[in-house]
Design a binder for this molecule. Structure first.
Ligand code: SAH
Ligand code: SF4
Ligand code: F3S
Length: 474
C-alpha cells in the first residue's frame, strides 16, 4: 500500500473510533443517569514506561468516553489491566490480580474487566484468560490499542465478551487522546517495537518491528506538553538509537534530539533506552552540545562476558561497551550512568558471572537494574541447555547487588556539597513533611520545601547521601 493510502486508512480508522467513542459515551451517560452515579475506570499498568504511556492513552480515551479515571480498582466500573510479559513474575502477578476481582464483579453488575498489552500478544496467555477467567469481558493486544472504543462498545452494547488481538503491527496511530499522569513530566514515544531479538527477550514478539513516528508529530506533541507545563520530556523507544531507520534515512536520533533541543521553553530532555551497539560518537557529541539534554545515559550492558554477550545476541563485546562508556564520560564528565544487567542467563558459568562483577566494578554505574534471568517461552534462550538453577541465580543476584550498593553509595557521597538542579515531584511518600524530586540523572533528592514547588526546577545543595537517595537544601 502507498504511504498516502495508509494515511487515508488511518484517518478513516480514527474517525470510526471517534464515532464509536461517542456511542460509548451515550451508553455510559444514560446508564449513569439511571443509577444516579458516574462511571469510573481504573487502568493498572505493569511493565515499562512505554506501557505506562499506552495507559495514559487509554485514560485519555476513557475520559473522552465519559468515564472518570480513578486509582482504586475497588468499586470501579471498568478495570483495565495493561500487562507486561518481560519476566515471569509480572505474568504471575497479573493472573493473581485478575482472579481476585471475581468478588468485586459479583457486587457490581455494571463492572467490566479488560486485559490488554504485551501479555495478550502471546496466544497462550490470551487463551488462558478466555478459558479460565470467564469474568474477563475484554481482551486486546498492543496492536489494537487504537480500537479500544470499538472493543469497549461491543462489550457494553451486547454484553458479550470482546476479543481483539492481531499478530502484526499496523501503522503508527497519531492523534489518540492522552491523559498524562503528571503534567510536569511527559512521556513521548518516538518509536514502537524492536528489531534486535536479544535471545532472552520477548519484547520483539509482543511489540512487533520498529516503527518510528514522523518527526513533525513528535515536535507537535512536545510543544503541546510544554505548553501544558511539562518540564521534562522523556523520549521513549526500546532502542531510541535506531529511530528514523524506517523513515528513509533523512533523520536519525541525534538529529531528532537536536531539533527538540531547539524547541523553546525551560525543560530537560531525557531518553531511554539506548542500545550500546548503536550508541554512536554522534549521539554523545550531540548530547554534550545540547544544553537541554540531561546528562544521563541509560546504557544496558546485560552481561560482562563476551561469550554470554554473543549468546544473548547483543552485538558488542565488553571492551567495546567500556570504550563507549569512557568516550561518553570524556565528553560529559558529569554524566550519570545507569544500566541493566541479567544474572543467570542459560549456561552462564561462575567465571562468566565474575566477569559481570568485574564490569560493574570498572563501569562504576550510579544505579543498576538487576534482573534474574526469566525463561520466556518462544525466545531462543528458553530452549538453551543448562538453565541456571534459581538458588544459584539468587546467589549471583545478591553478590551483584551488594557490590553495586557500595558503588551507588560512594557515587552519591561524592555529590555531598554539590549544587544540583532537581525537578520537584511533590510530597515524599515515605515522609510527607519532605518534598521529593529528581536530578537530571534521575536520582531521588528529598528536601524541605513548599508543595507549590511541584513541577518546578529547584537548585539544591546536597547535604546527605544514602545508597538510594540524597538529601538537599534549597
Ligand atoms: N529495550 C531495552 C530493554 C527493555 S526490557 C533495552 O534493550 O535495553 C528491560 C530490561 O529487562 C532489559 O534491559 C533486561 O535487562 C531485562 N530483561 C529482558 N528480558 C528479560 C528476561 N527474559 N529475563 C530477565 N530480564 C530480562
Ligand atoms: Fe529486548 Fe533487546 Fe529489544 Fe531491548 S533491544 S527490547 S532487550 S530485544
Ligand atoms: Fe513489558 Fe511490554 Fe514493556 S513486555 S517491558 S510492557 S514493552
Amino acid at each position: 500500500m502507498t504511504n498516502a493510502a495508509n494515511v487515508q486508512n488511518e484517518i478513516i480508522d480514527i474517525l470510526r473510533q471517534q464515532k464509536l467513542a461517542s456511542s460509548v459515551r451515550k451508553l455510559i451517560d444514560e446508564r449513569a443517569r439511571l443509577r444516579g452515579r458516574e462511571f469510573t475506570a481504573c487502568v493498572i499498568t505493569y511493565g515499562c514506561q512505554q506501557n505506562e504511556n499506552d495507559s495514559e492513552r487509554l485514560r485519555g480515551m476513557l475520559s473522552g468516553m465519559g468515564y472518570t479515571n480513578v486509582s482504586d480498582r475497588r468499586g470501579a466500573d471498568l478495570v483495565v489491566f495493561n500487562t507486561c510479559a518481560v519476566r515471569e513474575g509480572a505474568e504471575m502477578r497479573l493472573f493473581g490480580n485478575v482472579g481476585a476481582l471475581v468478588h468485586d464483579k459479583r457486587k457490581n453488575p455494571d463492572m467490566k474487566i479488560a486485559v490488554c498489552g504485551c501479555m495478550m500478544q502471546i496466544e497462550e496467555n490470551a487463551r488462558k484468560i478466555k478459558m479460565r477467567y470467564p469474568h474477563v469481558d475484554i481482551v486486546f493486544g498492543t496492536h489494537t490499542l487504537a480500537r479500544f472504543p470499538e472493543i469497549l462498545y461491543n462489550a457494553l452494547s451486547d454484553d458479550k465478551r470482546a476479543f481483539d488481538v492481531i499478530d502484526t503491527a499496523g501503522h503508527v496511530y497519531e492523534g489518540l487522546p492522552i491523559m498524562r499522569d503528571r503534567s510536569f513530566s511527559a512521556n513521548i514515544s518516538i518509536m514502537y517495537g524492536c528489531n534486535n531479538f536479544c535471545s532472552y527477550c520477548i519484547v520483539p514478539f509482543v511489540r512487533g518491528r520498529e516503527r518510528s513516528r514522523r518527526p513533525e508529530n513528535i515536535y507537535a506533541e512536545i510543544r503541546g506538553a510544554i505548553k501544558s507545563g511539562a518540564r521534562e520530556i522523556m523520549l521513549l523507544g526500546q532502542n531510541v538509537n535506531s529511530y528514523g531507520r524506517d523513515l528513509g534515512g533523512d533523520i536519525d536520533f541525534s538529529d531528532l534530539l537536536r531539533s527538540i533541543n531547539d524547541i523553546e521553553g525551560d525543560f530537560r530532555i531525557k531518553f531511554m533506552t539506548s542500545h550500546p551497539k548503536d550508541a554512536s560518537e554522534k549521539l554523545f557529541l550531540t548530547m554534550a552540545e545540547c544544553g537541554k539534554v540531561a546528562r544521563h545515559l541509560h546504557l544496558p550492558f546485560q552481561a560482562g562476558d563476551d561469550r554470554v554477550l554473543t549468546a544473548m545476541n547483543r552485538g558488542y563485546t565488553r571492551e567495546q561497551y567500556l570504550n563507549k562508556l569512557a568516550r561518553a564520560r570524556e565528553l560529559m564528565p558529569d554524566l550519570t550512568v545507569t544500566s541493566d544487567v541479567i544474572v543467570g542467563f542459560p549456561s552462564e558459568t561462575e567465571d562468566e558471572f565474575l566477569n559481570t562483577l568485574k564490569l560493574v566494578r570498572e563501569g562504576q554505574f550510579d544505579m543498576l537494574f538487576t534482573f534474574l534471568y526469566s525463561r520466556r517461552p518462544g525466545t531462543p534462550a528458553a530452549a538453551m541447555a543448562n538453565q541456571v538453577p534459581r538458588e544459584e541465580k539468587k546467589r549471583r543476584f545478591d553478590m551483584l547487588t551488594e557490590l553495586q550498593n557500595e558503588i551507588s553509595l560512594k557515587k552519591n557521597q561524592a555529590l555531598l556539597g554539590r549544587r544540583l538542579r532537581v525537578l520537584a515531584e511533590g510530597k515524599s511518600r515515605t515522609d510527607p513533611s519532605m518534598m521529593t524530586g529528581r536530578t537530571d540523572g534521575g536520582k531521588t533528592v528529598n528536601f524541605e520545601g513548599a508543595k507549590e514547588l511541584t513541577g518546578e526546577f529547584c537548585d539544591l545543595e546536597i547535604i546527605k547521601a544514602n545508597t538510594w537517595s540524597l538529601y538537599g537544601k534549597l
